[in-house]
Design a binder for this molecule. Structure first.
Ligand code: ADP
Ligand code: MG
Length: 403
C-alpha cells in the first residue's frame, strides 16, 4: 500500500519532527562533504515554506565514549544548514530535557531547530543503548515533542532505532501522522518499483567484492529479472563453479555449491564474463593482459574484459529497468576501471529506461565517472538499499503510516 508522504500533511503552525540523515564525514569540526545536508533540504524547505516548525533529529557516527561526543556533535552541521537555508537554525546541545523543551516552545512558524546527536543516548545512562537499542521510553519522549513525524533518513531505514521506529510507533499510538520525507519517497518510488513491479526487460547488474554480500539480492532478483549480469570479484566464484581456472582471483570456496545451484536454476538468465583483465599483483601499476578463459595460476582477475563489455552492452540493449549494484572491477585503480566505466556509460545512454544504482562503492564509482546525473536514481543508503533489493522489509519504512 502507498505510504503517507510529507505532501499529504498540513504542517501549518505544527511542530514537525523530522528524522534526517546528517551522518556526514566530519573531522575536527570540519564537514568534508555536505551532500547529505543538501539532500535533506527539500523536506526542510517544504516545512518552512508551509509555515511549519521543523525539529530535526539525526545521528552522527557512533558514540562509544565521552571522547566521541566531542568529535561528533551536530553543532557544525546546524551551522552549515543555516548557511544553506540562509536563515537562523537553532542548535540545542542536548536531545532531552528542559533546555530542549524551552527552545521548542519558543519556535515560530518557519523556524528550524537541530537537537544534539541522537546517539549521545547510547552511553552514559542506566538503560544501555537507548537510541540504537530502540528504548520505547526514548521514542515516546521524542514523539511528545511534536505534532507529527516525518522520516527522511533512508540510510538508517534498515535499522530499528528510537529516532525512527520508536518515534513512529509512539506517534501512531497517539493517532498522530507518520509520513515519508521526499528522500524516502523517492527511494520507495524507484527501488520499490524495480523490486515489485519493474517494466521489462528488467536487467540486474551485480558486481563488487563478494558473493556472500549479495546472495540475498541474487536470489530475490533472479525470478524477477530477465537477465542478471555478473561481474566484479563475485564473478570468479561462479566461473570456478563452472570449472574454469581463476588463478588467484577473489574466491569464496564455501559459496561454490550455491553458485552451482544458482547457475542450474537460472540457466541462461545469468550472464558471466567471457574474458577478464588479469594481473599478477594487486597494484595500480601492475602490467595487465586480457585472458579469455585462460587465467594462469599466478594471475588474478581485476576487471571484465572487452568481449564481456560488448556482451553486457548487447544484453542491456532495449532494457526498460536496470538495477546496478557492485562495480565490475577494481575501479579505484584507473587501469582496472574500464569495465565499470563502460557499463556505466551504456546505462547512461539507454534511451528510455529507469536506471537505478545502489551500494556505497557503486555510488562512488558512478560519481567518480561523472555519469550520476544521467541515471534515474542513485540510492542514498548502502545497507538500506541492499536490504530493499533483497526484498526484505525496512523497519524505517514499514513504520510510516499507509495513505
Ligand atoms: P557496493 O558497495 O557498491 O555494494 P561492494 O562493496 O560489494 O560494492 O564491492 C566494491 C569493491 O569490490 C570495490 O572496492 C572493488 O575494488 C571491489 N572489486 C570489484 N571487482 C574486484 C575484483 N575483480 N577483485 C577484487 N576486488 C574487486
Ligand atoms: Mg561496499
Amino acid at each position: 500500500m502507498a505510504k503517507l508522504t510529507i505532501s499529504d500533511l498540513d504542517v501549518k503552525g505544527k511542530k514537525v519532527l523530522v528524522r534526517v540523515d546528517f551522518n556526514v564525514p566530519i573531522q575536527n569540526g570540519v564537514i568534508n562533504d555536505d551532500n547529505r545536508i543538501v539532500a535533506a533540504l527539500p523536506t526542510i524547505k517544504y516545512i518552512i515554506e508551509h509555515g511549519g516548525k521543523a525539529i530535526l533529529l539525526s545521528h552522527l557516527g557512533r558514540i562509544k565514549s565521552e571522547e566521541d561526543k566531542k568529535e561528533l556533535s551536530l553543532r557544525p552541521v546546524a551551522e552549515r544548514l543555516s548557511e544553506l537555508l540562509k536563515q537562523d537554525v537553532a542548535f540545542v546541545p542536548v536531545n532531552e530535557g528542559q533546555e530542549l523543551e524551552d527552545a521548542i516552545a519558543k519556535m515560530q512558524a518557519g523556524d528550524v531547530l537541530v537537537m544534539e546527536n541522537t546517539r549521545f543516548q547510547d552511553i552514559d545512562n542506566d538503560f544501555g543503548k537507548r537510541e540504537s537499542g530502540n528504548d520505547p521510553k526514548l521514542g515516546e519522549y521524542w514523539a511528545s515533542l511534536g505534532d507529527m513525524f516525518v522520516n527522511d533518513a533512508f540510510g538508517t531505514a534498515h535499522r530499528s532505532h528510537a529516532s525512527n521506529v520508536g518515534i513512529a510507533t509512539a506517534m501512531e499510538a497517539e493517532g498522530k501522522p507518520v509520513a515519508a520525507g521526499f528522500l524516502i519517497e523517492k527511494e520507495i518510488k524507484f527501488l520499490g518499483n524495480a523490486v515489485d513491479n519493474p517494466e521489462h526487460p528488467f536487467i540486474t547488474i551485480l558486481g563488487g567484492a563478494k558473493v556472500s554480500d549479495k546472495i540475498g539480492v541474487i536470489t530475490n532478483l533472479i525470478p524477477k529479472s530477465d537477465h542478471i549480469l555478473i561481474g566484479g570479484g563475485m564473478a570468479y566464484t561462479f566461473m570456478a563453479a563452472m570449472g574454469q581456472n581463476i588463478g588467484t582471483s577473489l574466491f569464496e570456496a564455501d559459496k561454490v555449491d550455491l553458485a552451482k545451484k544458482l547457475l542450474d536454476e537460472a540457466g541462461d538468465k545469468l550472464v558471466l564474463p567471457v574474458d577478464t583483465v588479469v594481473t599478477k599483483k594487486f597494484d595500480k601499476d601492475a602490467p595487465a593482459r586480457v585472458a579469455s578463459g585462460d587465467i594462469q595460476d599466478d594471475e588474478m582477475g581485476m576487471d571484465i574484459g572487452p568481449k564481456t563489455i560488448e556482451l553486457f552492452k548487447n544484453t542491456l540493449k532495449g532494457a526498460k529497468t536496470v538495477v546496478w549494484n557492485g562495480p565490475m572491477g577494481v575501479f579505484e585503480m584507473p587501469r582496472f576501471a574500464k569495465g565499470t566505466l563502460e557499463i556505466g556509460r551504456s546505462l547512461a545512454a539507454l534511451p528510455d529506461a529507469i536506471t537505478i544504482v545502489g551500494g556505497g562503492d557503486s555510488t562512488s564509482a558512478v560519481k567518480q565517472l561523472g555519469i550520476a546525473p544521467k541515471l534515474s536514481h542513485i540510492s542514498t543508503g548502502g545497507g538500506a538499499s541492499l536490504r530493499y533489493l533483497e526484498g526484505k522489509p525496512l523497519p524505517g519504512i514499514e513504520c510510516i503510516s499507509d495513505k
